[in-house]
Design a protein around this ligand. Structure first.
Ligand code: C5P
Length: 285
């Protein structure tokens, strides 16, 4: 059987880094939203055989270190099953960008495998997704969610309809681990008002959402990678409602009321050599 599944990128509309846990990981509080920028994951399942992974588009690791491969390993662990697999990823989401591209591919593999085998309920699948990475549980379901804990606690938030986004990827690649280390050294962290953001989303007030966009990594990332600060300045100079870093970067995004405003900002930034993606928000993965 062959399956194709879209694997959408995510944006963090807010992100607070809370507690550092004894194992070095951090608890987070973040409003995440999937967008129309996506990879496509093809998965062919045969009764038996080896596992292969191939890709097209942006470069990805074509071996067992790929998160999509790891997802399949986690899915079958303790299941007694070992079918043959061919994974093919059409990669459009830049990596090391805070767009959750690897997590999206992993989540797509989990969705396909569970459609085929129906081994796990939502809670069991979320638990396995968590073993692949902290963004994978959100990516399983997508849409708009308040994400807490290490990424395993998900609750629904009203999705943004009729908004337009421009995602810009600076050339630098951010190390998530380095940013967490740097944020631990900060005497004070900026705190997003998550409750106010969720209420603004419920009211459908894009203007308020634009004002409330906030990411605790942003000041640290701007200091470590001045190119990010420059991109954010340029986005804020456009006709947007707000602009922030997504995840631990390096991609940034700006929110617009209408597509043409995002398109004209993209045109200006592309002329400056920046990689730009115009997108809309989606209500599911
Ligand atoms: O989830 P990912 O593998 O991208 O995380 C990379 C690193 O970021 C982890 O090894 C850890 O140091 C840090 N991290 C963290 N708390 C989280 C997620 C990641 O400290 N919730």
């Amino acid at each position: 059987m062959s399956y194709r599944e879209a694997a959408p990128a995510k944006l963090n509309l807010s992100l607070n880094v809370l507690e550092r846990l004894p194992d070095g990981y951090h608890t987070l509080e973040s409003v995440m939203h999937t967008v129309s920028l996506h990879d496509d994951v093809d998965l062919a399942i045969t009764e038996e055989g080896d596992w292969q992974i191939s890709g097209e588009g942006l470069p990805i690791p074509l071996n067992e270190t790929n998160l999509a491969w790891k997802a399949a390993e986690i899915y079958f662990r303790d299941s007694g099953l070992r079918p043959g697999l061919r994974i093919h990823i059409h990669k459009r989401i830049p990596s090391q960008a805070g767009l959750g591209g690897g997590s999206a591919d992993a989540a797509a593999v989990f969705r396909i495998l569970n459609r085929h085998y129906e081994l796990y309920d939502d809670a069991q699948l979320t638990e396995r997704a968590m073993q692949a990475g902290s963004d994978v549980p959100f990516c399983l379901f997508g849409g708009a969610k308040l994400v807490r804990g290490r990424g395993e606690l998900l609750s629904d938030v009203s999705p943004l309809r009729q908004a337009s986004v421009l995602i810009v990827k600076p050339s630098c690649a951010c190390s998530t681990a380095a940013l967490f280390r740097a944020i631990d050294e900060e005497p004070e962290r900026s705190a997003a008002d998550t409750e106010a953001l969720c209420n603004a989303m419920k009211r459908g007030s894009l203007r308020d959402v634009g004002v409330l966009l906030q990411n605790a990594f942003e000041p640290v990332a701007c200091r470590m990678y001045p190119e990010i600060a420059e991109v954010l300045d340029q986005l804020k100079d456009s006709d947007c409602l707000g602009a922030i870093l997504t995840g631990s970067g390096s991609a940034c995004f700006a929110l617009y009321e209408k597509d043409p405003a995002a398109w004209s900002a993209a045109e200006i930034l592309r002329e400056k050599g920046l990689q730009c993606f115009c997108a809309s928000f989606t209500e599911t993965a």
